[in-house]
Design a protein around this ligand. Structure first.
Ligand code: NAI
Ligand code: MG
Length: 512
Protein backbone atom coordinates (compact mmCIF):
# COMPACT_ATOMS: atom_id res chain seq x y z
CA UNK A 1 0.00 0.00 0.00
CA UNK A 2 2.96 2.31 0.30
CA UNK A 3 5.21 3.67 -2.38
CA UNK A 4 4.01 5.10 -5.63
CA UNK A 5 0.87 7.10 -5.38
CA UNK A 6 1.71 9.13 -2.29
CA UNK A 7 5.37 8.96 -3.13
CA UNK A 8 5.68 11.69 -5.75
CA UNK A 9 7.51 14.81 -4.67
CA UNK A 10 5.06 17.40 -3.40
CA UNK A 11 4.21 20.14 -5.89
CA UNK A 12 5.15 23.65 -4.78
CA UNK A 13 2.41 25.24 -2.69
CA UNK A 14 0.28 27.86 -4.30
CA UNK A 15 0.89 31.18 -2.48
CA UNK A 16 -2.71 32.24 -3.12
CA UNK A 17 -3.97 29.08 -1.49
CA UNK A 18 -1.62 29.59 1.44
CA UNK A 19 -3.12 32.98 2.12
CA UNK A 20 -6.55 31.41 2.37
CA UNK A 21 -6.63 30.36 5.99
CA UNK A 22 -10.25 29.54 6.55
CA UNK A 23 -11.98 26.53 5.16
CA UNK A 24 -14.33 27.69 2.45
CA UNK A 25 -17.49 25.84 1.60
CA UNK A 26 -18.61 26.23 -1.96
CA UNK A 27 -22.25 27.12 -2.42
CA UNK A 28 -24.36 25.25 -4.95
CA UNK A 29 -23.43 23.70 -8.28
CA UNK A 30 -20.90 21.04 -9.19
CA UNK A 31 -17.55 20.65 -7.41
CA UNK A 32 -15.12 23.19 -8.85
CA UNK A 33 -11.41 22.55 -8.39
CA UNK A 34 -10.83 26.25 -7.77
CA UNK A 35 -7.15 26.51 -6.99
CA UNK A 36 -6.11 23.16 -8.34
CA UNK A 37 -3.49 23.05 -10.98
CA UNK A 38 -4.87 19.85 -12.50
CA UNK A 39 -7.65 19.62 -15.06
CA UNK A 40 -10.46 17.20 -14.17
CA UNK A 41 -9.61 13.61 -15.13
CA UNK A 42 -12.75 11.60 -14.47
CA UNK A 43 -12.73 7.82 -14.87
CA UNK A 44 -15.64 6.66 -17.04
CA UNK A 45 -18.52 5.50 -14.90
CA UNK A 46 -20.40 3.67 -17.64
CA UNK A 47 -18.16 0.61 -17.38
CA UNK A 48 -20.34 -0.34 -14.42
CA UNK A 49 -23.89 -1.46 -15.06
CA UNK A 50 -26.02 -1.49 -11.97
CA UNK A 51 -29.28 -3.26 -11.42
CA UNK A 52 -32.10 -1.32 -9.86
CA UNK A 53 -32.48 -3.94 -7.20
CA UNK A 54 -30.42 -6.83 -5.86
CA UNK A 55 -31.53 -10.02 -4.17
CA UNK A 56 -29.48 -12.38 -2.03
CA UNK A 57 -26.98 -14.79 -3.58
CA UNK A 58 -27.78 -18.18 -2.09
CA UNK A 59 -26.95 -21.61 -3.50
CA UNK A 60 -25.79 -20.07 -6.78
CA UNK A 61 -29.06 -18.23 -7.35
CA UNK A 62 -30.58 -14.84 -6.65
CA UNK A 63 -33.39 -15.05 -4.15
CA UNK A 64 -35.73 -12.41 -2.77
CA UNK A 65 -35.50 -11.63 0.95
CA UNK A 66 -38.17 -13.56 2.85
CA UNK A 67 -39.60 -10.47 4.58
CA UNK A 68 -39.35 -8.33 1.45
CA UNK A 69 -37.40 -5.63 3.28
CA UNK A 70 -34.90 -3.52 1.31
CA UNK A 71 -32.75 -0.43 1.76
CA UNK A 72 -31.09 2.03 -0.62
CA UNK A 73 -27.35 2.14 -1.19
CA UNK A 74 -25.91 5.48 -2.26
CA UNK A 75 -22.85 7.22 -3.66
CA UNK A 76 -21.48 9.02 -0.59
CA UNK A 77 -19.84 11.72 -2.71
CA UNK A 78 -23.19 12.90 -4.12
CA UNK A 79 -25.80 11.15 -1.95
CA UNK A 80 -27.25 9.84 -5.22
CA UNK A 81 -29.16 6.54 -4.80
CA UNK A 82 -27.48 3.67 -6.66
CA UNK A 83 -29.59 0.57 -6.02
CA UNK A 84 -32.05 -1.19 -3.73
CA UNK A 85 -30.44 -3.81 -1.51
CA UNK A 86 -32.10 -6.73 0.27
CA UNK A 87 -32.17 -6.80 4.07
CA UNK A 88 -31.69 -10.47 4.90
CA UNK A 89 -33.55 -11.80 7.92
CA UNK A 90 -33.23 -15.03 9.92
CA UNK A 91 -35.00 -17.16 7.27
CA UNK A 92 -32.64 -15.91 4.57
CA UNK A 93 -29.55 -16.48 6.68
CA UNK A 94 -30.91 -19.95 7.41
CA UNK A 95 -31.21 -20.72 3.69
CA UNK A 96 -27.70 -19.44 3.03
CA UNK A 97 -26.23 -21.59 5.80
CA UNK A 98 -28.15 -24.60 4.49
CA UNK A 99 -26.81 -24.01 0.98
CA UNK A 100 -23.28 -23.65 2.32
CA UNK A 101 -23.59 -26.82 4.39
CA UNK A 102 -24.95 -28.74 1.44
CA UNK A 103 -22.10 -27.59 -0.79
CA UNK A 104 -19.55 -28.41 1.90
CA UNK A 105 -20.81 -31.93 2.46
CA UNK A 106 -21.70 -32.83 -1.09
CA UNK A 107 -18.58 -32.13 -3.05
CA UNK A 108 -16.52 -29.11 -2.06
CA UNK A 109 -14.70 -30.43 1.00
CA UNK A 110 -13.96 -33.74 -0.72
CA UNK A 111 -12.78 -32.15 -3.97
CA UNK A 112 -9.14 -32.76 -4.87
CA UNK A 113 -7.24 -29.79 -3.43
CA UNK A 114 -5.64 -29.05 -6.79
CA UNK A 115 -9.17 -28.68 -8.23
CA UNK A 116 -10.07 -26.21 -5.50
CA UNK A 117 -6.95 -24.29 -6.42
CA UNK A 118 -8.11 -24.05 -10.04
CA UNK A 119 -11.28 -22.26 -8.98
CA UNK A 120 -9.31 -19.79 -6.89
CA UNK A 121 -6.87 -19.11 -9.72
CA UNK A 122 -9.86 -18.51 -11.97
CA UNK A 123 -11.39 -16.03 -9.57
CA UNK A 124 -8.06 -14.20 -9.31
CA UNK A 125 -7.75 -13.93 -13.07
CA UNK A 126 -11.34 -12.77 -13.53
CA UNK A 127 -10.79 -10.07 -10.89
CA UNK A 128 -7.78 -8.89 -12.86
CA UNK A 129 -9.72 -8.90 -16.11
CA UNK A 130 -12.61 -6.98 -14.59
CA UNK A 131 -10.50 -4.81 -12.31
CA UNK A 132 -11.45 -1.49 -13.91
CA UNK A 133 -15.14 -2.25 -13.50
CA UNK A 134 -14.63 -3.28 -9.88
CA UNK A 135 -12.45 -0.25 -9.13
CA UNK A 136 -15.05 2.17 -10.46
CA UNK A 137 -17.81 0.41 -8.53
CA UNK A 138 -15.76 0.45 -5.33
CA UNK A 139 -15.15 4.19 -5.62
CA UNK A 140 -18.76 4.87 -6.57
CA UNK A 141 -20.25 3.03 -3.63
CA UNK A 142 -17.58 3.72 -0.99
CA UNK A 143 -16.21 7.19 -1.81
CA UNK A 144 -12.56 6.20 -2.05
CA UNK A 145 -10.37 7.75 -4.76
CA UNK A 146 -10.24 5.74 -7.98
CA UNK A 147 -6.44 5.85 -7.80
CA UNK A 148 -6.59 3.81 -4.61
CA UNK A 149 -9.27 1.34 -5.65
CA UNK A 150 -7.46 0.87 -8.97
CA UNK A 151 -3.90 0.64 -7.61
CA UNK A 152 -4.46 -0.90 -4.18
CA UNK A 153 -7.82 -2.57 -3.55
CA UNK A 154 -8.07 -4.43 -6.84
CA UNK A 155 -4.48 -5.65 -7.29
CA UNK A 156 -4.37 -6.78 -3.65
CA UNK A 157 -7.74 -8.55 -3.89
CA UNK A 158 -6.55 -10.54 -6.90
CA UNK A 159 -3.21 -11.18 -5.18
CA UNK A 160 -4.97 -12.74 -2.18
CA UNK A 161 -6.80 -15.22 -4.41
CA UNK A 162 -3.59 -16.03 -6.29
CA UNK A 163 -1.68 -16.48 -3.05
CA UNK A 164 -4.20 -18.77 -1.37
CA UNK A 165 -4.81 -20.70 -4.58
CA UNK A 166 -1.16 -21.68 -4.29
CA UNK A 167 -1.64 -23.14 -0.81
CA UNK A 168 -4.82 -25.11 -1.54
CA UNK A 169 -3.00 -28.31 -2.53
CA UNK A 170 -0.07 -27.85 -0.13
CA UNK A 171 -1.82 -27.81 3.22
CA UNK A 172 -0.17 -31.08 4.28
CA UNK A 173 3.22 -29.41 3.77
CA UNK A 174 2.17 -26.15 5.35
CA UNK A 175 1.09 -27.94 8.52
CA UNK A 176 3.19 -31.10 8.55
CA UNK A 177 2.05 -34.03 10.69
CA UNK A 178 -1.06 -32.18 11.79
CA UNK A 179 -3.61 -33.59 9.31
CA UNK A 180 -5.33 -30.30 8.47
CA UNK A 181 -9.03 -30.50 7.58
CA UNK A 182 -11.57 -27.80 6.74
CA UNK A 183 -13.73 -26.44 9.54
CA UNK A 184 -17.03 -26.44 7.64
CA UNK A 185 -19.24 -23.38 7.04
CA UNK A 186 -17.64 -19.99 7.72
CA UNK A 187 -19.74 -16.93 8.55
CA UNK A 188 -17.87 -13.80 7.50
CA UNK A 189 -18.82 -10.24 8.36
CA UNK A 190 -16.87 -7.41 6.79
CA UNK A 191 -16.71 -3.60 7.01
CA UNK A 192 -17.04 -0.78 4.50
CA UNK A 193 -13.52 0.62 4.30
CA UNK A 194 -12.06 -1.97 1.89
CA UNK A 195 -15.17 -3.84 0.77
CA UNK A 196 -13.76 -6.10 -1.95
CA UNK A 197 -10.35 -6.49 -0.33
CA UNK A 198 -11.91 -7.58 2.97
CA UNK A 199 -14.02 -10.06 1.02
CA UNK A 200 -10.85 -11.42 -0.59
CA UNK A 201 -9.07 -11.64 2.79
CA UNK A 202 -11.95 -13.71 4.10
CA UNK A 203 -13.10 -15.80 1.14
CA UNK A 204 -9.73 -16.81 -0.36
CA UNK A 205 -8.24 -18.63 2.68
CA UNK A 206 -11.63 -20.14 3.61
CA UNK A 207 -12.08 -21.73 0.18
CA UNK A 208 -8.43 -22.73 -0.12
CA UNK A 209 -8.81 -24.71 3.10
CA UNK A 210 -11.94 -26.45 1.76
CA UNK A 211 -14.67 -24.52 3.61
CA UNK A 212 -17.81 -22.90 2.23
CA UNK A 213 -18.88 -19.39 3.21
CA UNK A 214 -21.79 -17.12 4.04
CA UNK A 215 -20.51 -13.57 3.76
CA UNK A 216 -22.20 -10.31 4.69
CA UNK A 217 -20.82 -7.07 3.26
CA UNK A 218 -21.31 -3.81 5.18
CA UNK A 219 -24.63 -2.05 4.67
CA UNK A 220 -23.10 1.07 3.10
CA UNK A 221 -20.93 -0.80 0.57
CA UNK A 222 -22.66 -3.96 -0.66
CA UNK A 223 -22.17 -3.49 -4.41
CA UNK A 224 -18.72 -4.97 -5.00
CA UNK A 225 -19.65 -8.12 -3.05
CA UNK A 226 -22.78 -8.39 -5.20
CA UNK A 227 -20.70 -7.99 -8.36
CA UNK A 228 -18.38 -10.66 -6.97
CA UNK A 229 -21.33 -13.08 -7.25
CA UNK A 230 -20.99 -12.67 -10.98
CA UNK A 231 -17.31 -13.61 -10.74
CA UNK A 232 -18.32 -16.70 -8.78
CA UNK A 233 -20.76 -17.56 -11.58
CA UNK A 234 -18.14 -16.94 -14.28
CA UNK A 235 -15.63 -19.11 -12.44
CA UNK A 236 -18.28 -21.88 -12.35
CA UNK A 237 -17.83 -22.39 -8.65
CA UNK A 238 -20.23 -25.11 -7.47
CA UNK A 239 -23.48 -23.59 -6.12
CA UNK A 240 -23.48 -22.85 -2.40
CA UNK A 241 -19.70 -22.58 -1.97
CA UNK A 242 -20.00 -18.78 -1.78
CA UNK A 243 -23.22 -17.22 -0.49
CA UNK A 244 -23.63 -13.47 -0.12
CA UNK A 245 -26.32 -12.06 2.15
CA UNK A 246 -26.79 -8.32 2.51
CA UNK A 247 -28.20 -6.34 5.40
CA UNK A 248 -27.20 -4.34 8.43
CA UNK A 249 -26.00 -5.41 11.87
CA UNK A 250 -29.16 -7.44 12.45
CA UNK A 251 -28.20 -9.73 9.58
CA UNK A 252 -24.68 -9.96 11.00
CA UNK A 253 -26.07 -10.96 14.38
CA UNK A 254 -28.17 -13.71 12.73
CA UNK A 255 -25.04 -15.13 11.09
CA UNK A 256 -23.15 -15.04 14.39
CA UNK A 257 -25.77 -16.95 16.30
CA UNK A 258 -26.75 -19.46 13.61
CA UNK A 259 -26.04 -22.93 15.01
CA UNK A 260 -25.08 -24.28 11.56
CA UNK A 261 -21.98 -22.10 11.36
CA UNK A 262 -18.60 -23.46 12.43
CA UNK A 263 -16.43 -20.40 12.30
CA UNK A 264 -16.99 -16.65 12.49
CA UNK A 265 -14.56 -14.16 10.98
CA UNK A 266 -15.32 -10.53 11.77
CA UNK A 267 -13.69 -7.24 10.84
CA UNK A 268 -15.22 -4.06 12.25
CA UNK A 269 -15.65 -2.07 15.42
CA UNK A 270 -14.34 -3.19 18.80
CA UNK A 271 -17.81 -2.86 20.34
CA UNK A 272 -19.39 -5.30 17.92
CA UNK A 273 -16.35 -7.57 18.21
CA UNK A 274 -16.86 -7.76 21.96
CA UNK A 275 -20.57 -8.48 21.53
CA UNK A 276 -19.74 -11.31 19.12
CA UNK A 277 -17.22 -12.75 21.56
CA UNK A 278 -19.85 -12.73 24.31
CA UNK A 279 -22.39 -14.38 22.02
CA UNK A 280 -19.98 -17.16 21.07
CA UNK A 281 -18.63 -17.85 24.54
CA UNK A 282 -19.36 -21.46 25.45
CA UNK A 283 -20.09 -22.55 21.88
CA UNK A 284 -17.78 -24.67 19.72
CA UNK A 285 -17.57 -22.00 17.02
CA UNK A 286 -14.13 -20.76 16.10
CA UNK A 287 -13.64 -16.99 16.05
CA UNK A 288 -11.22 -14.43 14.67
CA UNK A 289 -11.65 -10.69 15.27
CA UNK A 290 -9.93 -7.87 13.44
CA UNK A 291 -10.97 -4.68 15.19
CA UNK A 292 -9.90 -1.08 15.57
CA UNK A 293 -6.57 0.61 16.07
CA UNK A 294 -4.88 3.82 17.16
CA UNK A 295 -1.45 3.32 15.68
CA UNK A 296 1.60 5.35 16.59
CA UNK A 297 3.76 6.52 13.72
CA UNK A 298 7.08 7.33 15.41
CA UNK A 299 9.53 9.73 13.74
CA UNK A 300 13.06 10.00 15.16
CA UNK A 301 15.32 12.99 14.54
CA UNK A 302 17.58 11.03 12.20
CA UNK A 303 14.70 10.04 9.89
CA UNK A 304 14.77 11.03 6.21
CA UNK A 305 12.26 13.85 6.68
CA UNK A 306 10.75 14.20 3.21
CA UNK A 307 10.21 10.47 3.05
CA UNK A 308 8.70 10.50 6.53
CA UNK A 309 6.27 13.25 5.51
CA UNK A 310 5.04 11.05 2.65
CA UNK A 311 4.70 8.15 5.07
CA UNK A 312 2.75 10.25 7.56
CA UNK A 313 0.40 11.46 4.83
CA UNK A 314 -0.03 7.94 3.46
CA UNK A 315 -0.50 6.68 7.01
CA UNK A 316 -3.45 8.86 7.91
CA UNK A 317 -5.01 10.35 4.76
CA UNK A 318 -5.00 7.16 2.67
CA UNK A 319 -8.62 6.05 2.18
CA UNK A 320 -9.84 9.16 4.11
CA UNK A 321 -8.30 7.62 7.23
CA UNK A 322 -10.91 4.83 7.15
CA UNK A 323 -8.14 2.36 7.87
CA UNK A 324 -7.91 0.19 10.99
CA UNK A 325 -4.11 0.36 10.90
CA UNK A 326 -4.00 4.11 10.08
CA UNK A 327 -1.07 6.00 11.62
CA UNK A 328 -3.45 8.25 13.52
CA UNK A 329 -1.04 9.23 16.33
CA UNK A 330 2.13 10.89 15.09
CA UNK A 331 4.95 10.80 17.64
CA UNK A 332 7.70 13.25 16.72
CA UNK A 333 11.06 13.64 18.42
CA UNK A 334 11.14 17.13 19.90
CA UNK A 335 14.30 18.31 18.15
CA UNK A 336 12.69 18.06 14.70
CA UNK A 337 9.16 18.96 15.74
CA UNK A 338 8.91 22.44 14.23
CA UNK A 339 10.61 21.58 10.99
CA UNK A 340 8.44 18.49 10.53
CA UNK A 341 5.16 20.24 11.31
CA UNK A 342 5.97 23.05 8.87
CA UNK A 343 6.71 20.53 6.11
CA UNK A 344 3.61 18.52 6.95
CA UNK A 345 1.31 21.54 6.78
CA UNK A 346 2.83 22.55 3.47
CA UNK A 347 2.28 19.03 2.11
CA UNK A 348 -1.33 19.10 3.27
CA UNK A 349 -2.05 22.14 1.10
CA UNK A 350 -1.22 20.01 -1.95
CA UNK A 351 -3.70 17.23 -1.18
CA UNK A 352 -6.62 17.27 -3.58
CA UNK A 353 -9.92 16.50 -1.92
CA UNK A 354 -12.86 15.79 -4.20
CA UNK A 355 -14.66 13.55 -6.64
CA UNK A 356 -13.65 9.91 -5.99
CA UNK A 357 -13.79 9.06 -9.70
CA UNK A 358 -11.31 11.81 -10.61
CA UNK A 359 -7.88 10.26 -11.16
CA UNK A 360 -6.21 13.29 -9.54
CA UNK A 361 -8.08 12.98 -6.27
CA UNK A 362 -6.03 12.17 -3.16
CA UNK A 363 -8.78 12.24 -0.56
CA UNK A 364 -12.29 11.17 -1.47
CA UNK A 365 -15.65 11.22 0.29
CA UNK A 366 -16.35 10.07 3.83
CA UNK A 367 -18.13 6.73 3.61
CA UNK A 368 -21.40 7.63 5.32
CA UNK A 369 -23.24 10.37 7.15
CA UNK A 370 -22.90 8.33 10.33
CA UNK A 371 -19.13 8.15 9.99
CA UNK A 372 -18.93 11.87 9.14
CA UNK A 373 -20.84 12.70 12.30
CA UNK A 374 -18.49 10.55 14.37
CA UNK A 375 -15.46 12.35 12.90
CA UNK A 376 -17.02 15.78 13.46
CA UNK A 377 -17.84 14.93 17.03
CA UNK A 378 -14.32 13.73 17.85
CA UNK A 379 -12.76 16.75 16.14
CA UNK A 380 -15.02 18.98 18.22
CA UNK A 381 -13.81 17.20 21.36
CA UNK A 382 -10.21 17.88 20.29
CA UNK A 383 -10.89 21.61 20.06
CA UNK A 384 -12.75 21.59 23.36
CA UNK A 385 -9.99 19.76 25.19
CA UNK A 386 -7.47 22.34 24.01
CA UNK A 387 -5.65 20.91 20.99
CA UNK A 388 -4.65 23.23 18.16
CA UNK A 389 -6.26 22.44 14.83
CA UNK A 390 -4.82 22.92 11.34
CA UNK A 391 -6.80 22.40 8.14
CA UNK A 392 -5.42 23.42 4.74
CA UNK A 393 -7.49 25.75 2.57
CA UNK A 394 -9.89 23.50 0.78
CA UNK A 395 -13.16 23.81 -1.07
CA UNK A 396 -15.57 20.99 -0.49
CA UNK A 397 -18.49 19.97 -2.68
CA UNK A 398 -21.82 21.03 -1.26
CA UNK A 399 -23.45 17.62 -1.49
CA UNK A 400 -22.09 14.36 -0.17
CA UNK A 401 -20.00 13.64 2.91
CA UNK A 402 -16.65 15.39 3.17
CA UNK A 403 -14.01 16.17 5.72
CA UNK A 404 -10.90 18.30 5.25
CA UNK A 405 -7.58 16.59 6.05
CA UNK A 406 -6.86 17.73 9.60
CA UNK A 407 -3.86 17.90 11.92
CA UNK A 408 -4.08 18.45 15.67
CA UNK A 409 -1.00 19.68 17.55
CA UNK A 410 -0.65 20.34 21.30
CA UNK A 411 -2.32 17.03 21.97
CA UNK A 412 -2.14 15.44 25.41
CA UNK A 413 -2.25 11.68 25.73
CA UNK A 414 -5.45 11.90 27.72
CA UNK A 415 -7.43 13.68 24.98
CA UNK A 416 -10.09 11.65 23.23
CA UNK A 417 -8.43 12.37 19.87
CA UNK A 418 -5.30 10.63 21.22
CA UNK A 419 -7.20 7.69 22.68
CA UNK A 420 -10.17 6.88 20.45
CA UNK A 421 -10.24 5.61 16.90
CA UNK A 422 -11.50 8.50 14.73
CA UNK A 423 -11.44 6.52 11.48
CA UNK A 424 -11.21 9.72 9.46
CA UNK A 425 -8.57 12.03 7.95
CA UNK A 426 -7.52 13.42 11.33
CA UNK A 427 -3.99 13.22 12.71
CA UNK A 428 -3.05 13.81 16.36
CA UNK A 429 0.55 14.91 16.92
CA UNK A 430 2.44 14.21 20.15
CA UNK A 431 6.13 14.61 20.93
CA UNK A 432 8.84 12.64 22.74
CA UNK A 433 12.47 13.09 23.73
CA UNK A 434 13.93 9.61 24.19
CA UNK A 435 13.27 6.21 22.63
CA UNK A 436 11.93 5.00 25.98
CA UNK A 437 9.40 7.81 26.07
CA UNK A 438 8.42 7.03 22.47
CA UNK A 439 7.77 3.39 23.34
CA UNK A 440 5.80 4.26 26.43
CA UNK A 441 3.57 6.73 24.60
CA UNK A 442 3.15 4.50 21.56
CA UNK A 443 2.00 1.61 23.75
CA UNK A 444 -0.29 3.79 25.83
CA UNK A 445 -3.44 2.68 24.00
CA UNK A 446 -6.05 -0.03 24.42
CA UNK A 447 -5.30 -1.11 20.84
CA UNK A 448 -2.35 -2.94 19.30
CA UNK A 449 -2.77 -3.35 15.57
CA UNK A 450 0.06 -1.50 13.86
CA UNK A 451 2.85 1.04 14.24
CA UNK A 452 5.43 2.87 12.15
CA UNK A 453 9.06 3.76 12.86
CA UNK A 454 11.11 6.30 10.94
CA UNK A 455 14.87 6.35 11.53
CA UNK A 456 18.17 5.87 9.70
CA UNK A 457 19.40 3.29 12.23
CA UNK A 458 18.66 -0.35 11.51
CA UNK A 459 19.41 -1.31 15.11
CA UNK A 460 16.86 1.21 16.36
CA UNK A 461 14.25 -0.15 13.97
CA UNK A 462 14.73 -3.66 15.37
CA UNK A 463 14.75 -2.46 18.97
CA UNK A 464 11.56 -0.45 18.46
CA UNK A 465 9.82 -3.25 16.57
CA UNK A 466 10.45 -5.54 19.50
CA UNK A 467 9.12 -3.12 22.09
CA UNK A 468 6.08 -1.77 20.26
CA UNK A 469 3.04 -3.80 21.21
CA UNK A 470 1.51 -3.96 17.76
CA UNK A 471 0.79 -6.81 15.35
CA UNK A 472 2.46 -5.05 12.42
CA UNK A 473 5.37 -2.61 12.60
CA UNK A 474 6.38 -0.79 9.45
CA UNK A 475 9.84 0.72 9.20
CA UNK A 476 10.47 3.73 6.96
CA UNK A 477 7.23 2.99 5.16
CA UNK A 478 3.56 2.69 6.05
CA UNK A 479 0.40 0.86 5.00
CA UNK A 480 2.23 -1.76 3.00
CA UNK A 481 0.41 -5.04 2.45
CA UNK A 482 1.23 -8.37 0.96
CA UNK A 483 -0.91 -11.51 0.99
CA UNK A 484 2.09 -13.52 2.24
CA UNK A 485 2.44 -11.35 5.34
CA UNK A 486 0.15 -12.05 8.31
CA UNK A 487 -1.88 -9.11 9.62
CA UNK A 488 -3.72 -8.73 12.91
CA UNK A 489 -3.50 -7.26 16.35
CA UNK A 490 -3.69 -7.82 20.03
CA UNK A 491 -5.37 -6.21 23.01
CA UNK A 492 -8.59 -4.52 21.80
CA UNK A 493 -7.49 -4.79 18.17
CA UNK A 494 -8.63 -8.40 18.19
CA UNK A 495 -7.05 -11.80 17.71
CA UNK A 496 -6.26 -14.15 14.88
CA UNK A 497 -4.22 -13.37 11.79
CA UNK A 498 -5.18 -12.86 8.17
CA UNK A 499 -2.71 -13.30 5.34
CA UNK A 500 0.16 -15.74 5.07
CA UNK A 501 0.10 -19.25 6.47
CA UNK A 502 -1.22 -17.82 9.72
CA UNK A 503 -4.35 -16.77 7.83
CA UNK A 504 -5.11 -20.39 6.88
CA UNK A 505 -4.99 -21.75 10.40
CA UNK A 506 -8.35 -20.35 11.60
CA UNK A 507 -10.02 -22.12 8.65
CA UNK A 508 -8.56 -25.52 9.52
CA UNK A 509 -9.00 -28.05 12.27
CA UNK A 510 -6.24 -30.32 13.40
CA UNK A 511 -8.04 -32.63 15.80
CA UNK A 512 -7.90 -36.38 15.03
P1 NAI B 1 -19.56 -2.05 12.75
O1 NAI B 1 -18.63 -2.90 13.56
O2 NAI B 1 -20.92 -1.79 13.31
O3 NAI B 1 -19.77 -2.71 11.31
C1 NAI B 1 -18.90 -3.67 10.73
C2 NAI B 1 -19.71 -4.84 10.18
O4 NAI B 1 -20.36 -5.50 11.27
C3 NAI B 1 -20.84 -4.43 9.23
O5 NAI B 1 -20.97 -5.40 8.23
C4 NAI B 1 -22.06 -4.42 10.14
O6 NAI B 1 -23.26 -4.62 9.45
C5 NAI B 1 -21.76 -5.59 11.04
N1 NAI B 1 -22.44 -5.55 12.34
C6 NAI B 1 -22.89 -4.48 13.02
N2 NAI B 1 -23.45 -4.85 14.18
C7 NAI B 1 -23.35 -6.21 14.24
C8 NAI B 1 -23.73 -7.20 15.21
N3 NAI B 1 -24.31 -6.87 16.34
N4 NAI B 1 -23.45 -8.50 14.95
C9 NAI B 1 -22.81 -8.85 13.81
N5 NAI B 1 -22.46 -7.96 12.86
C10 NAI B 1 -22.70 -6.66 13.07
O7 NAI B 1 -18.80 -0.69 12.45
P2 NAI B 1 -19.47 0.70 12.01
O8 NAI B 1 -20.65 0.98 12.91
O9 NAI B 1 -19.67 0.67 10.56
O10 NAI B 1 -18.29 1.71 12.36
C11 NAI B 1 -18.11 2.20 13.68
C12 NAI B 1 -16.64 2.35 13.98
O11 NAI B 1 -16.01 1.09 13.98
C13 NAI B 1 -15.86 3.16 12.96
O12 NAI B 1 -15.98 4.52 13.20
C14 NAI B 1 -14.48 2.65 13.19
O13 NAI B 1 -13.89 3.31 14.28
C15 NAI B 1 -14.67 1.20 13.54
N6 NAI B 1 -14.46 0.32 12.37
C16 NAI B 1 -13.31 -0.39 12.27
C17 NAI B 1 -13.07 -1.17 11.16
C18 NAI B 1 -11.81 -1.92 10.99
O14 NAI B 1 -11.38 -2.13 9.89
N7 NAI B 1 -11.23 -2.42 12.05
C19 NAI B 1 -14.01 -1.23 10.06
C20 NAI B 1 -15.23 -0.50 10.26
C21 NAI B 1 -15.41 0.26 11.39
MG1 MG C 1 -22.03 -0.14 13.96
Amino acid sequence: MGGGWWGEPAPRPDPKAEAMTELERKRGGAPVPADWTYAPAPEARDIVSLRERYGLYVGGEWIEPHAGETFTTIDPSTEEPLAEIAQAGPEDVGLAVEAARDAFENGWSALAPSERAKYLFRIARILQERSREFAVLESLNGGKPIRESRDVDLPLSAAHFFYYAGWADKLEYAFPNRAPRPVGVAGQIIPWNFPLLMLAWKVAPALAAGNTVVLKPAETTPLSALLFCDVVRQAELPPGVVNIVTGDGRTGAEIVKHPGIDKIAFTGSTDVGKAIQRELAGTRKKLTLELGGKAANVVFDDAPLDQAIEGIVNGIYFNQGHVCCAGSRLLVQESIYEQLIAKLKRRLTTLRVGAPLDKNTDVGAINSRQQLEKIEQLVESGRDEGAEIYQPPCRLPERGYWFVPTVFTNVAQSYRIAQEEIFGPVLSVLTFRTPDEAVEKANNTPYGLSAGVWTEKGSRILAMAQRLRAGVVWANTYNRFDPASPFGGYKESGFGREGGLHGLEPYLRFDP
